[in-house]
Design a protein around this ligand. Structure first.
Ligand code: HEC
Length: 220
């Protein structure tokens, strides 16, 4: 019986280790330290995502009007800031680039990034964005510590060359924050609700326990 219980517990816990261990090429990840409650950071991240990433990457599972609502923008503001006025707030896919042309240049289609933060984790995205290094400075060829041989060019090259490390890290943190938000827009609400549910269950437990004592008092 004890053995069986032990085996089941270990069996249930194993996938946790598998998830925690996978996803990158063995190089230590940097902590993103992003904050989903930091609205200013999310707004900066959204605009930076539009400027630096949306030429290649789509966001299929979120719409502009949802972002507007969550980041306290109006529908007009979000479309002006993120789509330069070229999209509607309810466009089913957030996309700006010419993916066919990009495929021809890069030889591959950049993945949709709606769920990338859930797939790979925020620390990975942050590290990946800061993980480029110049492989061949003469030819301007970059590679990445976290995804060696990646087909994604170093789109933050100007920040690597001309900005201070702090500025580059802050930009990567805002972008990561935005992508984590996009991966699960209600995460903050879920956190806020979570402890209320636990508190309710706790109080409910005490009441039930007292009630049980009351009912059984005369039985013994
Ligand atoms: C010029 C096109 C292009 C731009 C611009 C671009 N990417 Fe990419 N990105 C790609 C391609 C192509 C891949 C697939 C890379 C691969 O599999 O080697 C990719 C992959 C990724 C991945 C997944 C990496 C992985 O481990 O699978 C993330 C995260 C990502 N990009 C984030 C960003 C962010 C954030 C920006 C904006 C700062 C950005 N990308 C801008 C082309 C682009």
């Amino acid at each position: 019986m004890v053995k069986k219980f032990f085996a089941i517990t270990v069996g249930l816990l194993l996938p946790l280790f598998a998830v925690a261990g996978g996803g990158h090429s063995g190089v230590e990840l940097h902590k993103a330290n992003n904050d989903l409650r930091d609205q200013a950071s999310l707004r900066r991240g959204a605009i930076a995502f539009s400027d630096y990433c949306m030429a290649c990457h789509t966001l299929k599972y979120i719409r502009y009007n949802r972002i507007a609502r969550d980041l306290s923008w109006t529908d007009e503001e979000v479309v002006a800031k993120m789509a330069k006025g070229l999209s509607k707030p309810v466009d089913p896919v957030m996309a700006r680039g010419d993916l066919k042309a990009i495929h021809q240049v890069l030889g591959t289609t950049p993945p949709d990034l709606s769920l990338v933060a859930r797939l790979k984790g925020s620390d990975y995205i942050y590290s990946f964005l800061l993980g480029y290094f110049e492989k061949d400075p003469k030819k301007g060829v970059w590679d990445n510590h976290y995804l060696p041989g990646t087909a994604m060019p170093n789109v933050l090259e100007d920040k690597y060359r001309f900005a201070k490390v702090d500025e580059r890290e802050a930009l990567a943190r805002d972008l990561t924050n935005f992508l984590e938000y996009v991966g699960e827009p209600i995460k903050v609400k879920r956190w806020d609700l979570g402890w209320k549910v636990l508190l309710f269950l706790f109080i409910f437990f005490i009441i039930t326990y007292l009630l049980k004592k009351e009912y059984w008092r005369d039985v013994k």
